[in-house]
Structures are given as structure tokens and as C-alpha cells.
Design a protein. Structure first.
Length: 432
């Protein structure tokens, strides 16, 4: 039997190399506010919004406006990743924010075109991918590819920095309202991604104690003993960074043990047979079954590559792992576990996962139709059933496409459904 031995050096992939820029085919629009009308508005320019914009470009829909809080393609994603000093993506080369079914340069081709910029370990990952094995993508390659995809499909020209606050839906139009702007749109695609999960209210009373931070906030300098709460890849990066800086770490896990695995969900959910367990392509799937499957599949885990260094650090006492440890309360000086045990440290970092943004706050609750935290979406088109001119791509589509909807690969699947529907609706309106 072949034993899979992951390469820990993958985790040190360099960041911020020089990547040749491609000529921008259009003049960038320097207006501060977006135009007041568009055929399609995309809210969010993360990997999902980028994929939707690229797909719409291919189906001939060009009157598109993207509005994003950060204002750069994949900006928040890369910001979060860089804050954690995450150097490789978890998803393999075949998962990329491109467009299904069109002859664009795919992520692996893009990496091969820049072979001379890659390290030997990174080149080997491409060979692994070509041979059909699991392969790991450098964040540097991914960032350059996002920029390439954006330029190729004229996204910088259509992207405005701004925060969307509300969608007013009428029978045939949607007004997208933000700070100081309003855009009349035929259709809107929500690609808002996920927000960090907040700590339970009972962990502290009043304002968050000093010395307690979340994973998407910088860890202050000079921390020697850090407590990390959470069991996922984000927590693993915090642990690794603290150890690399010469610190000591107490890692608090609710589960009985940490889970090391390649991908964050079972690989079948990246394929049609996995998605069929949600979207009912092979017969209706009861909501309760989908909900149970989602709870089972969205469990935190860590890439295999972390195991050697974590085991070594635990062996020599720099890392203490508190397994099966529920948190009762959190303060600046550490955490108290359910049994009353105290775990002390100079700083507590909370990495409790993320919560999908499902349109709540932008659309009235009765149009979101939320059930158990998930929006009421049409399975074929990903349109909100109660607001057919509004669509969702990304994590919000999990109860239709399964847990992989929140991954890059899921964005491509969502994009294919949304772009075809949006284009067909535009053609229909044009013929009326
Ligand atoms: C640290 C980390 C590592 C990850 N690694 C991987 C990985 O390797 N592979 C993988 O497949 N997935 C990974 N994920 C999951 C990942 O978040 C998604 O695949 C990807 O970022 C989701 O893309 P998105 O466009 O849906 O969301 P985002 O990247 O979050 O983009 C959404 C954008 O919408 C903006 N926005 C939201 N609401 C509004 C509003 N009202 N007005 C204006 N703008 C708004 C946000 O500010 C943001 O810029 C990772 C997640 C994290 C946190």
C-alpha cells in the first residue's frame, strides 16, 4: 500500500514574489461612487464574486457592477490568509475560482506558466496534481491567479469599494442601497462569504476582556504564552505562528482529539454524487437529512502537514493540548475549562470558525426565508425563492450544494447555475 507522506516544508511556501502583470485591456473607472444602474450587481468580490463576474463575462453579460467592502478582488480572503501567515491553500489545484466549461487558463496551467518562479517543493506539487494526486497550491500562485482572472474578465473596471446596506425588491427590479449610493439592477448576486463566529455570550460579561482576540485580528507583539481555542486550520496557524516565534502554546479543543485530514470536507462533496445528497438530483432529500449531514460534515480539521511539528512541540513541552475541553469562561489571563481547570496565558486567541452570510440584514427576513440559519433558495438556480431576482453563491448555498459550497470548488458549481439563469432572464426580458 502507498503511504501518503505530506511534506511539512509546503507550509513555508514564499509569499509576495514578483508576478508579471498582464496588460489591462480597459481603462479603470476612477469614479468614487458606482453607477446608478446595471443589469447585474454582485455584492462581494471574493473568490465567489470573482467567479460569478467571470462567468457572466463568458455568457455575454457585461453590464455588471461589483460592490465590495474591501474593494480588491479576493481582498478579504487574502487579508485573512496573510494575517495568519498561511502560505498554502488547503484546496488542490483543480479547485480554483475560475469558470466551469470555458477555455480560460486554469490555476494549474497558470502555475506551470510561471514554473521559473516556483520552488522545487511547489513544482513537485504540480507534478502530483498532474498525476491525479492531492496537491497543495501556494497562496502566492492563487493571489496572482485571482488578479489574472480579474484582469482577463475586466473586473477591476467594474469593481467599486462600498458597503451594501439594503436590497429593495420589486417585481422586476432590485435597488441596491449602500452608503451614499443606490443602484437600480435587474438582478443581484449575493457573494458575501462568511463572518467570524463570535464567542458564546456566557464566556464573559460586558465588553470583551483585554488580552482576548479573534483569529482575524493581529496577535500583539511580545506574547510568550498564548492560549488558542478552536480545532480548525485557522487555530492550527495560530499555534504554529506562536511556536515559530519561540512562544509556548496551550491549545484548547472541545473534541476528544485533533483531526488531521487533507480536505476540510469529504472528497465526495466536491463531486456530483455528493451534491446530489443535498440538491435532490436523484430524488427529493428531506431537510432534516441535509441538516444532519451538514452537522456531520462541517467539522473542524487540520491539514496533515502540521502534524510533525505539532507532535514535536507537544513532545518537548512547548505545546500543551487540552483535548475534550469545553470552555466555561474566558478572561485576559486565560480560560476556565468546563471541569473548573484553568489554562493561563498572556493572550487568548479565539478561532471558533465562521458563520455564512445569507442575506439577512440586506433583504427583509420574510424574503430570506431562513430556516435553521440557511436561506430559502431554489435548488436549480440558487435564486431566493421569495425574491427571484436575487441569487446567492458561496457558503449561503450549502443546503443546496452541500458543505463544499463554501470552498472554491463549490463557487464554480454555484456560478454555473447562477450565470446561466441570470443570462437567460436578461434574454427573456429583452424579447418581451
Ligand atoms: C483563513 C481561511 C483560509 C481558507 N482557505 C481556503 C482554501 O484553502 N480553500 C477553500 O476552498 N476555501 C478556503 N477558505 C474558505 C474561504 O473563505 C472561501 O473559499 C472563500 O473565501 C469564500 O469566498 P467568498 O467570495 O464566498 O467570500 P469572501 O472571500 O469572504 O468574500 C466576500 C466579500 O464580500 C464582501 N461583503 C460582504 N458583505 C458585503 C456588503 N454588505 N457590502 C459589500 N461587500 C460585502 C466581504 O467584505 C468580502 O470582501 C478559507 C477561509 C479562511 C477564513
Amino acid at each position: 500500500m502507498t503511504r501518503f507522506v505530506p511534506h511539512p516544508r509546503l507550509l513555508d511556501s514564499p509569499r509576495h514574489r514578483y508576478w508579471p502583470a498582464y496588460p489591462t485591456p480597459v481603462t479603470r473607472n476612477r469614479q468614487e461612487l458606482p453607477p446608478n444602474s446595471a443589469e447585474v450587481v454582485i455584492v462581494g468580490a471574493g473568490p465567489a464574486g470573482l467567479a460569478v463576474a467571470a462567468a457572466l463575462w463568458h455568457v455575454g453579460v457585461r453590464d455588471v457592477v461589483l460592490v465590495d467592502r474591501d474593494g480588491r478582488p479576493a481582498g478579504r480572503f487574502l487579508e485573512r490568509i496573510d494575517l495568519l501567515d498561511q502560505r498554502v491553500l488547503r484546496s488542490p489545484y483543480e479547485h480554483h475560482p475560475g469558470v466551469e466549461g470555458y477555455r480560460d487558463c486554469e490555476l494549474r496551467d497558470f502555475a506551470r506558466m510561471h514554473w521559473g518562479l516556483l520552488t522545487p517543493v511547489e513544482r513537485n506539487e504540480i507534478r502530483m496534481s498532474q498525476a491525479g494526486h492531492r496537491s497543495v497550491v501556494p497562496v502566492d500562485v492563487f493571489a496572482a491567479y485571482c488578479q489574472h482572472t480579474a484582469e482577463l474578465h475586466e473586473v477591476p473596471h467594474r469593481l467599486w469599494r462600498g458597503v451594501v446596506r439594503a436590497l429593495d425588491v420589486t417585481e422586476d427590479r432590485v435597488t441596491v442601497r449602500g452608503d451614499g449610493f443606490a443602484i437600480e439592477a435587474g438582478q443581484v448576486v449575493l457573494c458575501q462569504g462568511e463572518e467570524r463566529r463570535a464567542a458564546p455570550a456566557e464566556w464573559w460579561s460586558g465588553a470583551r476582556p483585554a488580552g482576548v482576540g479573534y483569529w482575524d485580528e493581529p496577535v500583539p507583539d511580545g506574547v510568550e504564552a498564548q492560549v488558542v481555542v478552536g480545532a480548525g486550520l485557522t487555530a492550527a496557524h495560530l499555534v504554529r505562528n506562536a511556536l515559530a516565534a519561540g512562544g509556548r502554546v496551550a491549545w484548547v479543543l472541545r473534541a476528544e482529539s485533533e483531526r488531521y485530514q487533507c480536505s476540510d470536507v469529504n472528497a465526495s462533496f466536491f463531486r456530483a454524487e455528493g451534491r446530489a445528497r443535498f440538491d435532490g438530483r436523484s430524488g427529493p432529500v428531506p431537510w432534516a437529512d441535509r441538516l444532519a449531514l451538514m452537522a456531520r460534515e462541517r467539522r473542524a480539521s487540520v491539514m496533515f502537514e502540521f502534524r510533525p511539528s505539532f507532535e514535536a512541540a507537544e513532545g518537548d513541552g512547548r505545546l500543551t493540548v487540552h483535548r475534550g475541553a469545553g470552555v466555561r469562561s474566558v478572561s485576559g489571563g486565560g480560560v476556565e475549562l468546563a471541569g473548573g481547570r484553568r489554562v493561563g496565558g498572556d493572550h487568548v486567541s479565539l478561532a471558533l470558525g465562521t458563520v455564512p452570510s445569507i442575506g439577512t440584514g440586506l433583504l427583509p427576513d420574510e424574503l430570506v426565508g431562513a430556516r435553521d440559519g440557511w436561506p430559502d433558495l431554489d435548488e436549480r438556480t440558487l435564486a431566493y425563492r421569495r425574491a427571484p431576482g436575487v441569487f446567492a453563491a458561496g457558503a449561503a448555498a450549502c443546503m443546496v450544494l452541500g458543505p463544499a459550497a463554501r470552498n472554491l470548488d463549490g463557487h464554480r458549481v454555484a456560478t454555473a447555475r447562477v450565470a446561466q439563469t441570470v443570462a437567460a432572464r436578461i434574454r427573456r426580458v429583452a424579447h418581451v
